[in-house]
Design a protein around this ligand. Structure first.
Ligand code: PEP
Ligand code: MG
Length: 535
């Protein structure tokens, strides 16, 4: 038995077999091989396995996200059968005598570049697909596992996990995860909390753990590998106790989130995916305060069409009925990278071309999303929220585009609802001019994750600075106070959808400042309700 310390992302117990996910294995090096024929056979077997995997992904996607979204996996299957692609791999193996994964990597690169240089937008977009299929084959050749198809319930141990990898994880089979890198404010960490999954970061990991038994002790920030009988029993007991505590919290379901002085605080949930809705409903949220719509884009291999988006937003709106659903427009960039956007590499991506900045420059992408959102608003109580705002000018431009979209829908005779439009206050600039912004919007939602990052000048992704990344910093709390005051002076409401909203050690202070709404991970709903009722 060995014990390792780490930092807790979501503090609960998980017990299960360890699955070691290695990305390093996918790094390809050129090797000389002796038997080209055998190497081609190895390639063909890996390719068949990839086609099989894509078939399962197609079936899964068909059930979860419908035909239109699932089709991409069929396209990938066809690309893997492409004669030119296969000829290139075979030729490299035979003429240069190189290893299969190297031949696939070179072929993938060449084809991807060729597609990227094409005029036609459709073919341009295939550049990312060729990369994707090549990476799939390389992973299989190197013995890596498919993140989307875990065979049994496991604790995933990895050097690091990107948000795009985390969303692909099969939630049914994921008991918890442990990573060496990552910070507690990263989107991967937020996803763990949304998915209600025990997780630790900053643990010195080892590939030798693969297949062994592991225990995540979230409360003490500890990972135990190969526990002895006595330890295992102790944690099984703890797991039972956690279940009991959860049952106690369950008693708060159906009760109001009202403070001791009688003020009702709206308690909403943050989601990243339609599949999170079950936990929103079971947690008794009064609405959705933040739907991170960019995860729709992260899960997809190409720009999700208006129809695909409309179907998703409509599903959320209909599921929530009269309850408010605040959908945040695309917040891509920084740690949320999507290949098909072809965003240039930047020195400071968190301060770069991202979120509303992309939307205001590439208005076709923005308009497609707005059309889908307004159309879906006819089926429920949808509100739209815009991220990363820094100026009144941006808000005016956004509203102009939203008006154009509405006019287009009017001309087409398409119905839409009365949609509230609000903004995230997540830059110091927005907080400082909240008095000027308030007259133009219907609500403010403070994004404390980014507001902390930008105010304290601390990269939220930097694990080394995790200990000084402090959302309780007086500068942040003063800004929140100022934002609430300016909202109320202008007759609008102010809430928090950043992680600070779920921090029950500060609930009382937020309530005293006059906060109107808190939007938190579904797993935190009942705990925050308890704190509100005690505030
Ligand atoms: C925030 O910045 O606080 C926020 C809610 O948005 P995200 O975490 O997605 O950047
Ligand atoms: Mg943010």
């Amino acid at each position: 038995m060995e014990k390792f310390t780490g930092k807790t992302i979501f503090g609960q117990v998980a017990i299960g077999k360890i699955f070691f996910y290695s990305k390093e294995k996918q790094q390809v090096t050129r090797r000389k091989i002796d038997d080209a024929e055998a190497e081609i056979k190895t390639y063909e077997a890996a390719k068949e396995k990839a086609i099989e995997e894509l078939g399962s992904l197609y079936e899964k996607a068909l059930k979860e996200v419908g035909e239109v979204n699932a089709q991409i996996f069929e396209v990938h299957q066809m690309m893997l059968e492409d004669e030119d692609y296969n000829d290139s791999v075979h030729n490299l193996i035979t003429t240069q005598g190189v290893n299969a994964d190297y031949a696939v990597a070179v072929t993938g690169d060449n084809f991807s570049k060729m597609f990227a240089e094409m005029e036609d937008e459709y073919f341009k977009a295939r550049s990312a697909d060729v990369k994707d299929i090549s990476e799939r084959v390389i992973r299989i050749l190197n013995g890596g596992m498919d993140m989307g198809s875990l065979k049994e319930s496991v604790i995933v141990v990895a050097n690091d996990l990107a948000p795009s990898e985390t969303v692909q994880l099969d939630k049914e089979k994921l008991l918890g995860f442990v990573t060496e890198l990552g910070s507690s404010n990263s989107h991967t960490a937020i996803l763990a909390r949304t998915m209600n999954i025990p997780a630790l970061i900053g643990v010195k990991i080892s590939e030798e753990w693969n297949g062994k038994m592991g225990i995540i002790d979230g409360a003490n920030g500890m990972f135990i590998v190969d526990p002895d009988e006595e330890t295992l029993e102790k944690y099984k007991e703890l797991l039972k106790e956690e279940e009991k505590a959860r049952a106690l919290l369950e008693q708060l379901k159906g009760k109001d989130s009202v403070t001791t002085s009688g003020k009702h605080i709206k308690l909403y949930a943050n989601i990243g995916n339609v599949s999170d809705l079950a936990s929103v409903i079971s947690g008794g949220a009064q609405g959705i305060g933040l739907f991170r719509s960019e995860f729709l884009y992260l899960e997809s291999d190409d720009f999700p069409s208006e129809e695909v988006q409309f179907a998703k937003y409509k599903q959320v709106a209909e599921t929530m009925g009269e309850k408010k659903v605040i959908i945040r427009t695309l917040d891509i960039g920084a740690d949320k990278q999507v290949d098909y956007f072809n965003l240039p590499k930047e020195d400071n991506p968190a301060m770069g071309y991202r979120a509303i900045r992309i939307c205001l420059k590439q208005t076709d992408i923005f308009k497609t999303q707005l059309r889908a959102l307004f159309r879906a608003s006819a089926f429920g109580n949808i509100a739209i929220m815009y991220p990363m705002i820094i100026s009144v000018d941006e808000v005016l431009k956004i509203k102009e585009i939203a008006e154009q979209v509405k006019k287009e829908l009017d001309a087409e005779g398409i119905q839409y609802g009365d949609v509230e439009q609000g903004i995230m206050i997540e830059t110091p600039a927005a907080a400082m001019i909240s008095d000027l912004l308030a007259p133009h919007v219907d609500f403010f939602s403070v994004g404390t994750n980014d507001l902390t990052q930008y105010t304290l000048a601390i990269d939220r992704q930097n694990a080394k600075l995790d200990d000084i990344y402090d959302a309780h910093h007086e500068a942040i709390l003063r800004m929140i106070g100022m934002v609430i005051e300016n909202a109320h002076k202008n007759g609008i409401w102010a809430g928090i959808c950043g992680e600070l909203g779920a921090d029950t050690t500060i609930t009382k202070r937020l309530v005293d400042m006059g906060i109107d709404e808190l939007s938190v991970s579904p797993s935190m709903l009942l705990r925050v309700k308890k704190a509100i009722r005690e505030a």
